[in-house]
Design a protein around this ligand. Sequence first.
Ligand SMILES: C[S@@+](CC[C@H](N)C(=O)[O-])C[C@H]1O[C@@H](n2cnc3c(N)ncnc32)[C@H](O)[C@@H]1O
Length: 277
Amino acid sequence: MPDDELVRRLRAAGCVFAEREAQLLRAATDDPRELDALTARRVAGQPLEHVLGWAEFCGLRLAVAPGVFVPRHRSELLVDLAARRLRTGDVLVDLCCGTGALAAALSARVPGLLVHAADVDPTAVRCARANLPGAHVHTGDLFAALPAHLAGAVAVVVANVPYVPSAQVALMPPEAREHEASAGLDGGADGLDVLRRVVAGVGRWLRPGGALVVEVGEAQVPAAVRAARAAGLEAATATDEDGETTALVALRPSAEPAAAGPAQTARSSGVRPVTAV
Ligand SMILES: C[S@@+](CC[C@H](N)C(=O)[O-])C[C@H]1O[C@@H](n2cnc3c(N)ncnc32)[C@H](O)[C@@H]1O
């Protein structure tokens, strides 16, 4: 297929970055029939990442299979927040790991982490195993998937849980709602069903001073913070520079008044303590 024909087909299908996508599709195969087949899948509306079989996240190329949640650049905020709380040798848990993008980025950022990741979707778990060599990747429902010996030992649980309110899933772009499993998107009536379960259960797994870092919608902050406090955690929130992504940082209180307590860390790191929710 000539270059301009490929770009024309992609543009006609609504691909905004048609030239760049054409380059990536061409790089994926030397076989003209396979290129035609890949292009047909993209033109039919599949996410480019599912067609290529990989997604870029934090400078890494990660395997992603059809149906599996494609890591979003907006989730890099979780990586920044979690990395500040991790040192070599620490235990990191990536819950609701999908491709394992967050754990992969954190492993690249902080060498020598002991990484556990878990997801309920077996296809996601297969991707995460490919993307997280050396990590323990478990299949199952939230904390039930983790080995018992991690209780009280985890420095950071990072979790990009599904948090779209059920009624809003239908408003998402077709690439997401038609090609990513709804279990990865739909967070129940107010979007916080999974988050509430994570917040309620995380205290048993965190070491004293350990942190849960989880993405939320801006409008969900008050309810998420209330849930964290009800579970005995100290809550703060952070927003990225573009104001697009918000995260809840919930700490298991430390036995000692540590120098890196939540309020102090919050001021020096861009995480803002929540005072009025
Ligand atoms: C929003 S996606 C995030 C994936 C990945 N962490 C990322 O940021 O790219 C949410 C993931 O949670 C998983 N999930 C949903 N409910 C779950 C549950 N009860 N236990 C474990 N994983 C769950 C879905 O399969 C999906 O992979």
